[in-house]
Write a protein of this length. Structure first.
Length: 178
């Protein structure tokens, strides 16, 4: 046999190896059908995987069924783009204080409570050199660029809880005596 065949065998071996690898690595249900996708190729069972994924965060529509007044208030305020859960989900379950068992009745997975610390507000309002100076507020379909109001927490009423003066749901001020 001519020595010229040797590289041909190598090439054939590589092709066979690629085909075998493809059989092992590509999921059996990888196909181009089902679904309104630009590139149809996908693992078909990925659709069920996504559907079965448990949603943790529910947004203010979920809270609205029982707290419609607060959702209205927030929607009319500077905090209209902030979800209730952004401030009310407690990382430590011991801080949970919600009177209704949302877990049992609604399959809700998070712990709702109240954080009145300065830390909560500083997360978004403390002056930081890398924080953008403007904020894009989405009002329905309209986008409006506003100043992102930031304070220096070491100078702005240090030591007093922000919620002593500010009404967080209206993003305005509390009336005297409240
Ligand atoms: C099935 C009705 C229901 C749903 C849904 C619900 N709540 Fe409540 N929640 C209540 C009731 C009733 C109270 C007690 C009365 C009150 O403070 O308005 C309460 C109280 C609270 C309190 C005060 C807790 C405290 O320590 O005093 C917070 C904060 C709260 N809810 C946030 C939320 C958020 C955020 C959501 C959405 C993720 C939500 N709730 C969804 C019914 C509900
Ligand atoms: C920017 C943070 C923030 C957002 C957003 C927010 N809350 Fe609150 N919420 C607080 C804080 C802080 C308190 C405690 C206020 C105080 O003591 O003055 C509070 C108090 C409450 C209370 C106790 C009763 C009351 O009215 O003070 C309820 C109920 C409540 N929030 C529900 C909601 C719901 C429902 C939403 C979404 C529509 C929401 N909150 C959005 C921070 C927030
Ligand atoms: C998750 C981020 C976030 C948290 C937490 C948060 N804010 Fe805001 N806040 C915003 C954004 C975004 C705006 C809209 C841009 C602006 O006006 O600065 C805003 C607006 C405001 C305004 C200006 C309202 C206006 O109409 O001019 C005040 C005052 C304010 N927040 C106070 C607070 C206080 C007090 C707390 C804590 C109890 C708090 N915020 C917590 C994001 C946050
Ligand atoms: C003793 C009352 C008091 C406390 C406590 C307080 N503030 Fe204020 N805050 C005010 C007053 C009054 C103004 C309006 C005048 C000014 O800008 O100083 C204001 C203004 C603001 C503004 C708007 C600034 C702007 O550029 O228009 C933000 C944001 C704010 N506060 C956030 C906070 C945060 C966050 C905390 C807690 C870390 C806090 N405040 C604690 C009274 C208070």
């Amino acid at each position: 046999m001519s020595h010229a065949w040797r590289p041909v065998f190598v090439v054939l071996a590589v092709i066979v190896a690629i085909l075998v690898m493809r059989m092992i690595l590509v999921p059996h249900d990888f196909a181009a059908k089902n679904g309104d996708y630009k590139y149809q190729w996908h693992r078909l069972s990925a659709e069920t995987t996504s559907k079965d994924f448990t949603v943790k965060y529910k947004g203010k529509e979920f809270c609205q069924q029982c707290h419609p007044d607060l959702v209205d208030k927030i929607n009319a305020s500077g905090h209209q783009n902030i979800q209730c859960e952004n401030c009310h989900v407690m990382v430590e379950s011991a801080k949970k204080s919600h009177p209704i068992d949302l877990k049992g009745d609604f399959g809700y997975l998070l712990d709702i409570g109240i954080d009145r610390s300065r830390e909560l507000c500083k997360r978004c309002h403390a002056e930081l050199s890398y924080r953008p100076q403007t904020y894009v507020m989405t009002k329905g379909t309209v986008k409006e660029t506003v100043k992102f109001k930031q304070i220096d927490p070491t100078k702005h009423n240090a030591g007093i809880e922000c919620v002593m003066c500010h009404d967080v749901h209206t993003a305005g001020f509390k009336a005297a005596g409240k």
